[in-house]
Design a protein around this ligand. Structure first.
Ligand SMILES: N[C@@H](CCC(=O)N[C@@H](CS)C(=O)NCC(=O)O)C(=O)O
Length: 206
């Protein structure tokens, strides 16, 4: 049995929960971080010295960083399924997982934090508007990519979809002005309909 540490409202915890379900592993998820606290306690810092969520424990194995957790679960339990053995196919998936962490999440974060986790009177609308513009530009890249593919890394669902779809879920359910993107919408609707996505992607967005 796996243990996943972190509150489900975290986009990074959502990736771990979805990946575990997708590869058929049962897990216990322990609420931590945000209003639950606990992530600066010494016992947790011993698991992740950054004090961030998620952490995955699988017996003696203890991993932090959400993309690394998804890759570990895919490689260990999802071989021939959501893991890619072929280096070029794997790089195709890896680059979208890295794009999520390095491009989409940083672009979205100020709008998310401003609109969802900040009282209206304290919002910096210039920062929020800049974040919306930046995120929309990133999603144009995703839209163009999905014009010629069913899934992020080709014709098969895989670990890249698990990593990026929580970002699309958040953006498509936030009160922000969005362009219409039929390819992103079609891909999003396909992947969130998967049974393993259900416990991972809570609504409302908090
Ligand atoms: N790059 C890290 C980022 C982890 C991260 O930013 N986690 C946030 C939640 S999404 C966190 O721990 N925030 C502190 C808290 O929830 O108390 C990853 O992908 O796992």
């Amino acid at each position: 049995m796996l243990t996943i540490w972190g509150r489900i409202s975290s986009i990074n915890v959502q990736k771990a929960v979805w990946a575990a379900g997708e590869v058929g592993q049962s897990f216990e998820r322990i609420d931590l971080g945000g209003t639950f606290g606990g992530n600066r306690e010494p016992a947790y810092l011993a698991k992740n010295p950054n004090g961030m969520i998620p952490v995955l424990e699988d017996g003696e194995v203890c991993i932090w960083e959400s993309s690394s957790i998804v890759r570990y679960l895919a490689a260990r339990y999802g071989a021939g399924w959501i893991w890619e053995e072929d280096p070029s196919r794997r790089a195709d998936a890896d680059r979208w997982m890295d794009w999520m962490i390095a491009e989409l999440q940083p672009a979205m974060a100020p709008a998310f934090l401003g609109l969802i986790r900040t009282p209206a009177e304290k919002r910096d609308m210039a920062v929020i508007e800049a974040s919306i513009a930046k995120t929309e530009a990133k999603l144009d890249v995703l839209e163009a990519h999905l014009a010629s593919r069913d899934y992020l890394a080709g014709s098969r669902f895989g670990m890249a979809d698990i990593s990026v779809a929580p970002g699309a879920h958040r953006w498509l359910n936030m009160p922000v002005p969005r362009a219409s993107r039929p390819n992103v919408q079609r891909w999003y609707e396909t992947v969130v309909a998967r049974p393993a996505a259900k416990p991972a992607l809570p609504l409302p967005i908090t």
